[in-house]
Design a protein around this ligand. Sequence first.
Ligand SMILES: [Mn+2]
Length: 600
Amino acid sequence: MNKSVPERVKALQALMAEKGMDTYVVLSSDAHQSEYVAEYWRARAYISGFTGSAGTVVVTKDKAACWVDGRYFLQGETQLAGTGVTLMKMGEPGVPTWDDWALAETPANGTIGIDGRTIGFSQAQMLKAKMKEKDLKLSCQEDLVGMIWEGRPSLPDAPIWDFPASYAGESRKEKIGRVREHLEKKKADYYLVASLESSAWLLNFRGDDIHDTPVAYAFTLVGLDNCDLFIEPVKVTEEMKNALAEDGVTVRGYGDLLAYMAQIEAKKPEGKKIRIDLDLRFINQLLVESIPTSWDMVKEETDAVIMMKAVKNQTEQENVRKAHVKDGAVMVQLLKYIKDHAADDLTECDYADWLDAKRRSQENALGISFETIAGYGPNGAIVHYKPERPECATIKPEGFLLVDSGAQYMEGTTDITRTIACGPLTDEMKEAYTLVLKGHLQLGHAIFKEGITGTNLDVLARKPLWDKGLDYKHGTGHGVGFVLSVHEGPQNISFGLNRIKLVPGMIISDEPGFYPTGKFGVRIENLVMVMPHTENEWGKFFRLEAITYCPYEREAIVKEMLTPEETHWVDEYHRTVYEKVAPLLDEEHRAFLAEITRPL
Ligand SMILES: [Mn+2]
């Protein structure tokens, strides 16, 4: 029944031979190019045994290899040992990329297969361009792993629920209206939404299909006078269906999109050319192959709905601050809990569980927003470390515990990292912490002109580290959704080029770090919201408002390394944190908060 990994690979190779495929690629995505996916979509984990959140498997006639990124080198070594699947450490010297390897291993004129639902159109185009050199064929029509996968989990069927306009700040009717205006501007007939967050945002519903991200598997097609939601009917209650119908939204089967588009094509007036607007990064290859060939595709560099939902409206802005006050109170309690129990031999897992339970017990809490990272000592230097029993480390009353975590509330999504002193720190730890804090403060207090992107601002967070010849190997900030995904663009802060301009209402993280391998890790993360600052003859200026309310680790700050202005910023921030969070705490915690937020 339960085949071993070598048996699974063998079964796939036999099926490849039968189907005339030389090479088969197993990606980690779903049909919507989501970052996190439901169990049904974890084909890569099934075929290789490697369960990390990202990775790619390539299988040839007699070989199999799995590409994993730096976060997962250790996990990959453990899980792939003895499976016959070769571990490929991405970015290491001499390790080819999976596509280069697949191309090299496939005979000329051969065929590479992929489940076309799991590859975005843009990515497939790049792959096809490379394949031309060897006259290779890309076959996207069949899900071979699905054909050999016994006991594959079914697609999730949790009901979707109405996300009230009182929380969303805008009705679905108004939002659909905005998409129609966009269609008119683009002279397009239809707008196809593939990103799960976009459908949930546009139609004011939330779901429960993916852990920690309240979305549901669905497509939305907006026309000038129709709007159709393609979703498994079992997920839509009668009440929800009626609510949608009242706003002109028709519910159709998840699998009916292709037939529906064919029907539009068949019924169109003589000579009419249908124009469909879409974001090709989210539309999967199989779906693009199924769009009637006579249709014109209006290709968007960034989906209009993604742009709309990135800019939080007044209600969302007010609510997300409330969510963060609640979350701040939870975090302050965690800080005290850690300080009180540092000598009690609790583990990383114990603290993570305590924190998750505390968050889930808050009013209007929907859950956590991603799996809590709690890394003690050297584990703090592993950027996406997730503690797991029984290996997770025991905390001692010394050094740093790095905690990166967040929650989903009806009022918004949170994401915060604090690096906490469990006891005495070395000078090296304090210096590292202070350098990271300086970058975090410099970025957090940036004042910048309209038209500026996150790429322009990235250096502010890195400069204190760069001055010492140090750096961190991750982006400085990511966009955050509203009761949706904790990672949600299009804006970010990174030195990799991003053309998206920052505009008031966008939420983004400010999270520089420093990770001396084998020693400890430091990361400090607040969410910040872009706000208007001033407007004059020189233009419009924006600033960033910190919406995370939790003190920094004063035990780790080398005050002499801060400028007077930076010291002032910390004191002002701590004053705000106290004002906002203290009313939610009992007397004991309030006294604790007063103590740790007193001026430096
Ligand atoms: Mn983050």
